[in-house]
Design a protein. Structure first.
Length: 263
């Protein structure tokens, strides 16, 4: 029976340097031989998912932006973006809060590098990876195309509480460790993306599997019929998953696929 298997990227498929274990590549190859559907399910928006590095692994589809975007075999199946008025209001609030943040869309990432700490390499690394697809927030407020956003830095704890108080009414604030917060419109997360793509493609819930390592994977891990947390992932992910596998570089993906008979 064909299964649908959903994979987080960072910390699950590859490490912080975007290196993929050979055993993970082999697991994907064997799953494709079995005829299973393979999906990326990422917090990254579509523009930040590199086709050349990931699609040769055999993925049939991509769920991006924490469930706000879905495609199958290169065809966009759904995309939910924040209204221009709402993202302009959120942008003004973040600016007044002196936050360092990234507005994330299907085609562009928006950031003002000067808002980040001077010793932060992040803006330059992002620009190096995406080039002209990273543009400034300032000057583009009238044409923002955004489905979610991240706050990378806030100076004071009280500002973080203010952010949660104000934005928490319309958005889900996901704490990723330290000052890093992922902010997604309420009603959208990785599980809703899986639910929608499965409805479109006629995939039974009983045939769904997910792999993740972090707090933005919790909904996905709790929703799919079977779920795997990486052994070197966050404890919250391990608590939410049905099965905890070995760490990424100890053949974690391969071992879990063997455990479930997917390969």
């Amino acid at each position: 029976m064909r299964k649908a298997i959903f994979f987080d990227i960072d910390g699950t498929i590859w490490d912080e340097k975007q290196n993929i274990p050979d055993s993970t590549r082999e697991a994907f190859r064997k799953m494709k031989e079995q005829g299973h559907y393979l999906f990326i399910s990422s917090g990254r928006t579509r523009v930040f998912i590199p086709d050349e590095a990931l699609m040769p692994l055999g993925f049939d589809g991509i769920l991006a932006g924490c469930g706000t975007y879905g495609e199958f075999q290169g065809e966009v199946k759904f995309y939910h973006k924040i209204s221009l008025e709402d993202i302009q209001r959120a942008n003004a609030f973040l600016r007044n809060l002196d936050a360092a943040y990234i507005l994330e869309g299907r085609h562009f990432l928006y950031l003002d590098a000067e808002r980040f700490p001077k010793d932060s390499p992040f803006p330059q690394e992002l620009k190096g990876a995406l080039g002209e697809k990273v543009i400034r927030v300032s000057g583009n407020e009238g044409c923002l195309e955004v489905s979610k956003f991240c706050v990378n830095y806030l100076e004071e704890d009280k500002k973080q509480k203010e952010l949660e108080r104000v934005l928490g009414q319309e958005y889900t604030v996901i704490h990723r460790g330290g000052n890093f917060m992922e902010i997604v419109p309420k009603g959208f997360h990785k599980a809703t993306g899986i639910q929608e793509i499965c409805r479109i493609l006629g995939i039974s819930h009983t045939d769904t599997y997910s792999f993740g390592d972090s707090t933005n994977d919790l909904d996905m891990l709790e929703y799919t019929a079977h779920s795997v947390a990486m052994g070197d992932g966050m404890q919250q992910a391990k608590d939410a998953a049905e099965y905890v596998t070995a760490p990424l570089w100890e053949d974690g993906v391969y071992q879990a696929c063997k455990h479930y008979g997917l390969i």
